[in-house]
Design a protein around this ligand. Structure first.
Ligand SMILES: Nc1ncnc2c1ncn2[C@@H]1O[C@H](COP(=O)(O)OP(=O)(O)O)[C@@H](O)[C@H]1O
Ligand SMILES: [Mg+2]
Length: 503
C-alpha cells in the first residue's frame, strides 16, 4: 500500500537531539565494550585487542579485531543509526540485533567514534562521527577521514593482520569526565579492572575450548570466568533439560555450587565472580553462547543467602530474541509467559538444593559430578510448547530406557511402539489444551482419591525398585521423583515410599 497519495510532509529527526538522547540509554562502560566486542565476534575475529590509553590531552579506548573487516559501502552502512532492521533474520552466530550497538555503545562513553577497517586484499577505509560536528551542522555529517592528526595516529594500522577493524573512542566524557587528575586516573584504572572481570564473565564460553578467541586488555590476555565451577568435583549438576519454545530449542542446566567447606579458599574466591556470591545467584541467560544476564531470579524469587549456591544456565538462540524481549544494551531479557511455570519449577528445585547444601543438610545431594552421567538426561518427559499449548514427549535417552535397549532379547520396535502409545495417551497430553500459564502449584498437595493414591504408590514402588536396581542413592531418587509428573505434586508420598512406609 502506498501512502504517497496522502497529503503529507516528511519530518526528519533532529540529528543532534537524537544523538544526544541516545547517549542516555543506560549503557555502562562494561555493557558498551561488550556490545562492540559482539561485532568483532560476529565478524569472525579470533583476537580482539583493547587499549585503554590515558593521556592528559588525549585519552582514548581502542578496540581492534582481526575479523573480516568491511568494504567502503559496508562501513558507511555500519555507521548509520539503524544499519540493519531488527526484523531481519540474523545468522545464528550473529550477536547483533538492532543495527544500533556500535553507535549507541560508543556514544554512551565518548563524543567521537572513528572506525577504520580493511578487508583482506582491500584498502583501508575510515569514517568518523563527532558529536560536536553533528551539533554544529545539525545534520548527520559523517567524516570520511580521521578527525585530526592525533586521532589518526591513535588509530594506527592493524598491528598484525591483513584484515580487521579498529574502533576508536575519543573524548571520553562519560568514562572519566574532565578530571585529568591523579584521582581521575585511578577512577579510570578501576573501571578498566571492573571491565576485565565483566568481559571474562560475559564471553567466558568464547575464551575457552575449540575455536576460542583471545581478548587482550593493554596487552594482557584475559582469562575466562566459569560461573559453575565445572572443574570442581563437588559442584552438583541437578538438571540438564532441553525443551522447546515454539520451534526454538532452549536448554536449561541447573547447578548447585559446593559448600565453602568443600572447596579451597582460592576456589571460593574465584567462585565469587565480578559481583560476589550473593549477587551471582540465579539464572544465567545466554544467547548464542554470549551471556546476557548473569544472576537474576527474574522477579520470581528474591536473592537470599541460602540460595547463593544456585546458578542456572538458560540457553536461547537469536531467533528467540523477540520472545525474550532482549533490549538494545543486551543487558536484560524476560522469558516468555508460557515458559514461566517451567522456569519457576526448575528455579525452586535448584534453590531447595542450594538451601540444603548451604546448611549442610542432606549433605551430598547428587554425588560427585563425575558420577553424575547416569543422572544426566534422567528426565522422563520433554515438554514442548506449540501455539501456546504444552505437550510432553518421552525422553528417549533416559538411562533406564538405554539400559533396557542394551538387552538384545528386547524387541526394540515393540518397545518403541509401546512408548509412543504411552506418549499419545499420556493424560498430560490428553488435557494439553489447558492453558500453559496455569501455575504448577509446587508445594501444595492436591486432593486425591484413595484410588489415585494407590495408583501413585504402585507407580512409585516400581520406579523406586528400578532406580535402586540402577544403583541410584536415595537422595538421587528423591530428587528425581520430586522432579517428574505426577509425583512432584506429592512430595510426602515420595518421601514416605522411599522410607518404606508403604511396604
Ligand atoms: N568489528 C566489526 N567488523 C566487521 N563488521 C562490523 C564490525 N562492527 C560493526 N560491523 C558491521 O556494522 C553493523 C552494525 O553494527 P551495530 O551497530 O553494532 O549493529 P548490529 O550489531 O545490531 O548489526 C554490523 O551488522 C556489521 O555488519
Ligand atoms: Mg552490534
Amino acid at each position: 500500500m502506498s501512502y504517497f497519495g496522502y497529503d503529507h510532509e516528511n519530518v526528519e529527526p533532529e540529528a543532534s537531539s537524537v544523538v544526544e538522547s541516545l547517549r542516555s540509554i543506560g549503557y555502562s562502560l562494561e555493557t558498551a565494550i561488550s556490545d562492540i566486542i559482539d561485532n568483532s565476534i560476529a565478524a569472525d575475529a579470533s583476537k580482539i585487542k583493547l587499549t585503554f590509553h590515558w593521556n592528559e590531552k588525549n585519552n582514548y579506548i581502542k578496540i581492534e579485531d582481526n575479523g573480516r573487516g568491511m568494504d567502503e559501502g559496508e562501513l558507511t552502512q555500519a555507521m548509520k543509526f539503524g544499519s540493519k532492521s531488527p526484523l531481519e533474520t540474523r545468522d545464528p552466530k550473529d550477536l547483533g540485533r538492532f543495527g544500533m550497538g556500535l553507535k549507541t555503545a560508543a556514544f554512551s562513553q565518548a563524543r567521537r567514534l572513528t572506525v577504520k577497517t580493511k578487508r583482506k586484499n582491500g584498502n583501508y577505509y575510515v569514517r568518523c562521527w563527532d558529536l560536536d560536528i553533528i551539533n554544529e551542522t545539525g545534520k548527520w555529517t559523517l567524516l570520511k577521514k580521521a578527525y585530526n592528526e592525533i586521532s589518526l595516529s591513535s588509530l594506527g594500522n592493524l598491528s598484525e593482520e591483513t584484515h580487521g577493524t579498529i574502533v576508536l573512542l575519543e573524548n571520553l566524557d562519560r568514562v572519566v569526565g574532565d578530571h585529568y587528575t591523579p584521582k581521575g586516573y585511578n577512577a579510570f584504572l578501576s573501571k578498566v579492572n571492573a571491565l576485565e572481570k565483566h568481559l571474562s564473565m560475559v564471553f567466558h564460553r568464547f575464551l575457552k575450548g575449540k575455536n576460542s578467541i583471545a581478548i587482550l586488555i593493554n596487552g594482557r590476555q584475559i582469562e575466562p570466568w566459569d560461573p559453575y565451577l565445572l572443574d570442581v568435583d563437588a559442584t552438583q549438576e541437578l538438571i540438564d533439560e532441553p525443551f522447546m519454545d515454539g520451534n526454538q530449542k532452549i536448554k536449561i542446566s541447573a547447578f548447585v555450587l559446593p559448600h565453602h567447606s568443600k572447596i579451597t579458599k582460592h576456589q571460593y574466591d574465584y567462585g565469587e565472580g565480578p559481583k560476589g556470591w550473593n549477587a551471582q545467584q540465579g539464572f544465567y541467560i545466554y544467547r548464542n553462547k554470549r551471556l546476557l544476564v548473569a544472576g537474576t531470579w527474574l522477579n520470581l524469587f528474591r536473592k537470599e543467602e541460602p540460595y547463593k549456591l544456585a546458578r542456572i544456565i538458560i540457553d536461547i538462540t537469536s531467533e528467540s530474541d523477540f520472545n525474550w524481549q532482549i533490549d538494545i544494551k543486551k543487558s536484560t531479557a524476560r522469558p516468555p509467559q508460557e515458559l514461566l511455570p517451567e522456569i519457576k519449577r526448575i528455579g525452586l528445585l535448584t534453590r531447595n538444593a542450594s538451601y540444603r547444601t548451604f546448611y549442610h543438610r542432606g549433605t551430598k545431594v547428587i554425588g560427585e559430578r563425575n558420577n553424575q552421567m547416569k543422572y544426566k538426561n534422567a528426565h522422563l518427559w520433554e515438554q514442548i510448547y506449540k501455539h501456546g499449548k504444552s505437550f510432553y514427549k518421552i525422553n528417549k535417552s533416559h538411562p533406564m530406557l538405554l539400559k533396557l535397549l542394551e538387552d538384545l532379547s528386547i524387541d526394540e520396535r515393540l518397545l518403541n511402539s509401546y512408548l509412543s502409545l504411552i506418549e499419545e495417551n499420556a493424560p498430560v497430553n490428553l488435557i494439553a489444551y489447558k492453558p500453559t500459564t496455569e501455575s504448577t502449584n509446587e508445594n501444595t498437595t492436591s486432593e486425591i482419591t484413595k484410588d489415585q493414591k494407590n495408583n501413585l504408590l504402585n507407580g512409585l514402588k516400581d520406579l523406586i525398585y528400578a532406580m535402586r536396581l540402577l544403583n541410584y542413592t536415595d537422595d538421587q531418587i528423591l530428587y528425581q521423583l520430586n522432579n517428574i509428573e505426577p509425583y512432584k505434586h506429592h512430595p510426602e508420598l515420595v518421601s514416605l515410599s522411599l522410607e518404606g512406609y508403604y511396604e
